[in-house]
Structure formats: C-alpha cells, structure tokens
Design a protein around this ligand. Structure first.
Ligand SMILES: Cc1cc2nc3c(=O)[nH]c(=O)nc-3n(C[C@H](O)[C@H](O)[C@H](O)COP(=O)(O)OP(=O)(O)OC[C@H]3O[C@@H](n4cnc5c(N)ncnc54)[C@H](O)[C@@H]3O)c2cc1C
Length: 167
C-alpha cells in the first residue's frame, strides 16, 4: 500500500517535509500476481517492485531495516540491526500480514508459508527440487482456504502438472 503513497508523494511533493521509508527488503512483491508466479505463468521480475528508485523519485530516504518498536512518548521508532532509533512527527504503518499458526510443530520446517512473499518465492524452487526426487506422485495439502488459498491450490496444480507422475 505504501507503494501507492510513495507514488503520490513523487507526483505531488509536499514542501518542508522529510520523508523516510523503513522496509527490511528493497523488493516488494505484488501479491495479486503471486498465483501466476506459482503457476509459472510470470517471472519473479514481473511482480517485484523495487522500493528504492520509487522512494528516490519521492525524495525519500530509504532505511533497509525492520521496525521493531515504537515509543509514542519520545516519538521514536526502534530499528533492527543495531541502528539508532528514528525520530518522527507522523508515522504511517503498513507492515502487511503474517501467517497465523507458524509456531505450530513442523510448520516452519516443512510448510511453504505465503508470508513473507519474498521467502515464498525462494521456497518454491527448493520445493520443486524436493518433489522431483520423491519418485512418486507428490501429494499437496493447502491449509487455509480463503480466496488466496483456493487460488494457490489451482496454481500449484498448474505448476506440478508436468511432474511425473502428476500430483
Ligand atoms: C497468494 C496471495 C494472493 C493474493 N491475491 C490478492 C489479490 O488478487 N487482490 C487483493 O486485493 N489481495 C490479494 N491478496 C492479499 C494481499 O496480499 C494483501 O491484502 C496485501 O498484500 C496487503 O498489502 P499490505 O501493503 O498491507 O502488505 P504487504 O504487501 O505484505 O506489504 C508489507 C510490507 O511491510 C514490510 N514489513 C514487514 N514487517 C516490517 C517491519 N517490522 N518493519 C518495516 N517493514 C516491514 C514488508 O517487507 C512489506 O514490504 C493475496 C494474498 C496472497 C497470499
């Protein structure tokens, strides 16, 4: 969502305002196209948005770190990686969704979690290699069936359709 905000700031720069973007990774992934990536219909570069040039156009400073805390009294945001805290007058938060239940036994080790999207993209390739070595039809289970879960089920079927034997 902040991609849209940055674009707006680039189009209509506010006067006398210093903008800072705090984000752990420069690349933001457009989730609406993730099922297409899973199904191999699009390449990673088609859905990756590089926040750095966008921020530059909006005249914003980029800090590649995660926000780890907020002190509303002193108006400071704590940052990861031992960076000094960042002072603010106005802070806008949009740190996205996380997967519920990833602390259940086995989930972190064995499941392909949809968040963060950057990790899903990398984990898919590792899963391909694992499934190719199975020597039998892979069995895929999708946990959580909102619209995105259903989309992912269809996309995984399309991705694995060429597996031998098919899933
Ligand atoms: C497979 C799939 C398909 C989907 N398809 C659609 C669709 O077609 N249409 C639709 O409307 N929605 C879709 N969704 C839902 C959609 O992904 C979310 O609603 C949307 O991403 C929310 O946008 P956001 O900007 O809030 O979060 P995100 O896009 O997740 O962005 C959050 C950002 O915050 C950063 N961040 C995280 N933690 C920190 C921190 N501590 N400090 C600083 N930065 C941090 C992340 O790196 C990321 O850049 C889909 C979801 C999935 C999983």
């Amino acid at each position: 969502m902040h991609v849209q905000v940055l674009k707006r700031f680039a189009m209509h720069p506010p006067h006398g305002v210093r903008l800072t973007l705090v984000v752990p990774e420069a690349l933001a992934w457009y989730s609406g196209m993730v099922p297409g990536l899973v199904a191999r219909q699009v390449a990673p570069r088609d859905l990756a948005i590089d926040a750095v040039p966008l921020a530059r156009r909006a005249d914003a400073t980029v800090i590649l770190a995660a926000a780890t805390g907020l002190d509303p009294e002193t108006r400071q945001i704590a940052l990861s990686g031992g960076r000094p805290p960042l002072r603010y007058d106005v802070a806008s938060f949009d740190i996205g969704a996380t997967v519920l239940g990833d602390d259940l036994p086995g989930v972190r080790e064995h499941a392909l979690r949809t968040r963060p999207l950057s990790r899903l993209v990398a984990a898919l390739d590792a899963a391909d290699a694992r499934l190719a070595g199975l020597g039998r039809a892979p069995r895929v289970v999708v946990v959580g069936a909102g619209a995105a879960g259903v989309e992912l089920a269809c996309a995984l079927r399309a991705r694995l359709a060429r597996a031998s034997p098919p899933p």
